[in-house]
Design a protein around this ligand. Structure first.
Ligand SMILES: Cc1cc2nc3c(=O)[nH]c(=O)nc-3n(C[C@H](O)[C@H](O)[C@H](O)COP(=O)(O)OP(=O)(O)OC[C@H]3O[C@@H](n4cnc5c(N)ncnc54)[C@H](O)[C@@H]3O)c2cc1C
Length: 422
């Protein structure tokens, strides 16, 4: 007698969740594992960092998603390895988890590109904790400048964003909007001295977008007061700011690293075959070649794009791959032959701020300005998990738009050193 197949999904991000949703209510037993007890809608993390949205608006408790799926279990834990012979997932804490099929969807992490001092002094924006940390830092900078106005010239109010991809562009645009609110909060401080510098090593912003989108982002950010510097590479980051390859120093106490990502180190820890960027190069059926019961999906996987390259590390790629892996597991149970994964490209978009965004959509549709911004708003609202989150985000956006406010300007430091299981 063969028991029910046990599937373990590592990662409750975009890929892992979609895979688990496909398997919910089917004939397999699934456990979805994550070090956090929530899913993060990373596309809006920059709005948490700039006090526009609250953390709970862009995070969703994983257990809440599977209340009605008795075959799905949730395990909060940090995976530290896999015992391949015994087919068990190993954790930092707690019991091992046996599996028959493993889906590795542990995402990516910040890539510091070996820049000296970056990991120590720059602020990453990858997870919810990063966004909260950054929010504290940005708001504290204004408080510190208010307490000691003479410090402004030392770069206390200069925020440097490294990387002109979508995250860097969105972050830079949101910061200048936050400065407008800070002007009301600090009537005695010369908030006009606050600056945003955006550094991009290549010759344009939004490198993977159309020419129209790239130009729009550049023009809009400059018009809003962002000091955009193209062809500008960072050589070093330290406590006082950034040193460029040209030798120029930019005094800046808040350096925000939006320069890129690399695959989660878990791929290497697990001993999976990795290629460029530490990503697992999967076969056309998203299985790890030579490992028939192991799938790698999402940012951690390198999925061939049909040409010479790989699909981009984007949420829709992760979601579609996750769904495909779930269906593939069910197909193999029925004894069906593996299929090929095909990505349906839905386009890309980035917002610059109030009534400005760039959207490169399907069928060559290119939207910028207010139309692009409306498309961006609708799509992001539609993609956020949960009706409550959607309603909260819609209400907050509407409120902020009308009042020019940022209601989440709280500096919240963790104070309780006791372990959470006490
Ligand atoms: C700031 C930011 C903005 C972005 N904006 C956009 C955007 O606008 N549009 C877009 O399409 N894409 C965007 N992306 C990219 C998008 O978020 C990723 O492509 C997507 O999250 C990949 O999904 P994933 O499931 O592979 O990984 P993730 O969604 O990152 O999920 C991985 C999960 O694995 C968990 N995990 C990792 N290691 C372990 C471990 N050892 N043990 C247990 N759990 C573990 C993590 O906690 C996480 O929940 C953005 C990314 C960032 C960081």
């Amino acid at each position: 007698l063969i028991g029910r197949r046990r599937v373990v999904v590592i990662g409750a991000g975009f890929a892992g969740l979609e895979c688990t949703k496909v398997l919910a209510g089917t004939e397999v037993d699934v456990t979805i594992v994550d070090r956090n007890n929530f899913h993060t809608f990373s596309a809006l993390l920059y709005q948490v960092a700039t006090a526009e949205l609250a953390p709970g608006d862009v995070g969703f408790p994983v257990r809440g998603l599977f209340h009605r799926a008795p075959n799905v279990g949730v395990r909060r834990g940090t995976v530290r390895g896999v015992d391949w012979d015994g087919r068990r997932v190993l954790f930092d804490d707690g019991e091992d988890l046996p599996f028959d099929v493993l889906v590795v969807a542990a995402g990516a992490t910040t890539n510091w590109f070996g820049v000296e001092g970056a990991a120590e002094h720059a602020f990453p924006l990858y997870g919810m904790g990063d966004a909260m940390h950054l929010r504290n830092r940005i708001l504290s900078a204004f408080e510190a400048a208010d307490a000691d106005p003479a410090s402004v010239g030392d770069g206390h109010l200069t925020m440097t964003v490294v990387g002109g991809g979508p995250t860097g562009v969105e972050m830079a645009g949101a910061l200048v909007e936050l400065f407008a609110v800070e002007e009301k909060d600090f009537p005695d401080l010369d908030v006009s001295a606050a600056r945003v510098v955006l550094l991009e090593a290549r010759d344009s912003l939004l490198g993977s977008f159309s020419g129209k989108a790239r130009q729009h982002a550049l023009d809009e950010l400059r018009a809003r007061g962002v000091d955009v510097r193209l062809d500008t590479a960072v050589a070093r980051v330290d406590h006082d700011g950034v040193t460029l390859r040209s030798g120029e120093c930019i005094p800046s106490r808040t350096v925000i690293w939006c320069a890129g990502t690399e695959a989660s180190p878990l791929a290497t820890t697990l001993g999976l075959p990795t290629g460029k960027g530490g990503r697992v190069e999967v076969g056309p059926d998203l299985r790890v070649p030579g490992w028939p019961d192991v799938f790698a999906v999402g940012d951690l996987a390198a999925i061939a794009d049909g040409g010479d390259g790989f699909l981009p590390q984007l949420a829709p790629v992760a979601q579609q791959a996750g769904r495909f892996a779930g269906r593939e597991i069910l197909r193999s149970l029925r004894g069906e032959a593996p299929r090929r994964f095909h990505y349906r490209d839905l386009g890309t978009m980035a917002t610059i701020g109030r009534r400005a965004a760039a959207a490169d959509l399907r069928f060559g549709i290119r939207l910028t300005g207010t139309l692009g911004w409306l498309a961006w708003l609708v799509l992001h609202l539609w993609r956020i998990l949960g009706v409550r989150n959607r309603a909260a985000v819609l209400l907050t956006w509407a409120w902020n738009y009308v009042t020019w406010d940022r209601g989440n300007r709280l500096i919240v430091a963790a104070t309780d050193p006791r372990p959470s299981t006490d």
